[in-house]
Design a protein around this ligand. Structure first.
Ligand code: RIB
Ligand code: CA
Length: 311
């Protein structure tokens, strides 16, 4: 059977890197479209190029927008390191990003692979919002959109308590996507917390004699230390969870379809994902909210992408 054709919009980022490793292990990755988010665009582009070089892939990297649509936002360097990849001081890749802007590349590839492209958005939605503004017909050519973002009952991971990072970093972009894309799959922060990976499990996978395990061990060290220091019981790998759902939709055990909107102005709630759980808005459901996946299958997918022999 043909492998899925993925386009990944990403802000690498340590958990982005794990998702990208999974994508390359199981699918055809047409492009990495790079956003600013976890850290600035200069770093996220270099990180994507380094990851592609490390795994010997030929995946094109396209730089996207360097800032949110409207207002600036804090990055997540405190989680991922100042460079977004654990501040390992790696030798920059000899490769360069393509000259084409990520938004143009997305629109071009959506025509070239019309009806088959699976779009995985694991970053702030700035690039996707601009693509939709340039060409509102984009959703007609995309087979599936999977978004990592939001906190569906308000337990977010930013200083605006109900907001999750990807949505909170560019709420206007998220509003454009959530209010125009007919139907997408949403993997939120709360599902991520339900599907954390035990430290010991991850550390076992990272001892395997595989370049991917070695690379991920290095770039994730700071994030793993920070997570333990923060008192979290497990490692949160949000983007890897979203990628697992994109690669294997049947991994989802429990999901609900509801209308989800983005709060843009609340002093305490800007960037919140507001879910119409009782369907009171009278609007069609725009999101399939993933609540639970088969956790054993999820861990197997992650382990194999890091070089652990499974099965
Ligand atoms: O809230 C988690 C999301 O924000 C992930 O995509 C992570 O990489 C950060 O971008
Ligand atoms: Ca990300």
């Amino acid at each position: 059977m043909d492998r899925l054709k993925l386009l990944i919009d990403t802000d690498p980022g340590v958990d982005d890197a794990l998702a990208i490793l999974m994508a390359h292990a199981y699918a055809d990755v047409l492009a990495l479209n790079i956003a600013a988010g976890n850290v600035g665009l200069g770093h996220t582009v270099q990180n994507a190029l380094k990851l592609v070089e490390t795994i010997g892939a030929r995946t094109p990297v396209f730089a996207g927008c360097a800032a949110p649509l409207i207002a600036g936002a804090d990055d997540a360097a405190f989680v991922h390191g100042a460079d977004g990849f654990g501040d390992t001081g790696y030798t920059p890749s000899a490769c360069r990003a393509a000259d084409e802007h990520a938004v143009q590349a997305l629109l071009r590839l959506s025509h070239a692979h019309a009806g088959r492209l699976v779009l995985v958005a694991i970053a702030p939605l700035t690039n996707l919002a601009l693509a939709l503004t340039l060409d509102p017909s984009l959703p007609q050519r995309v087979a599936r959109l999977v978004i990592m973002g939001g906190a569906v009952t308000g337990r977010g991971n930013t200083h605006r308590v109900p907001a999750e990072f990807n949505i909170g970093f560019d709420p206007e972009a998220a509003h454009v996507v959530f209010s125009t894309w007919p139907h997408f799959t949403l993997v939120d922060w709360e599902a991520t917390m339900r599907h954390g990976i035990a430290f010991e499990t991850m550390e076992r996978w990272l001892t395997v004699d595989d370049p991917r395990a070695r690379f991920y061990a290095a770039i994730s060290r700071k994030t793993r230390e920070w997570t333990r220091m923060r008192g979290r019981p497990r490692l949160m790998v949000a983007d890897a969870l979203a990628m697992a759902v994109a690669l294997h939709p049947d991994i989802v055990v429990d999901a609900q379809d509801h209308h989800v909107a983005i709060e843009l102005s609340g002093a305490l709630t800007r960037g919140a994902t507001v879910v119409d759980w009782e369907d009171r808005f009278g609007k069609p459901a725009n999101a399939r909210i993933v609540l639970t996946v088969d956790h054993a299958r999820f861990e197997t997918l992650v382990a194999a992408a890091l070089g652990t022999a499974v099965g």
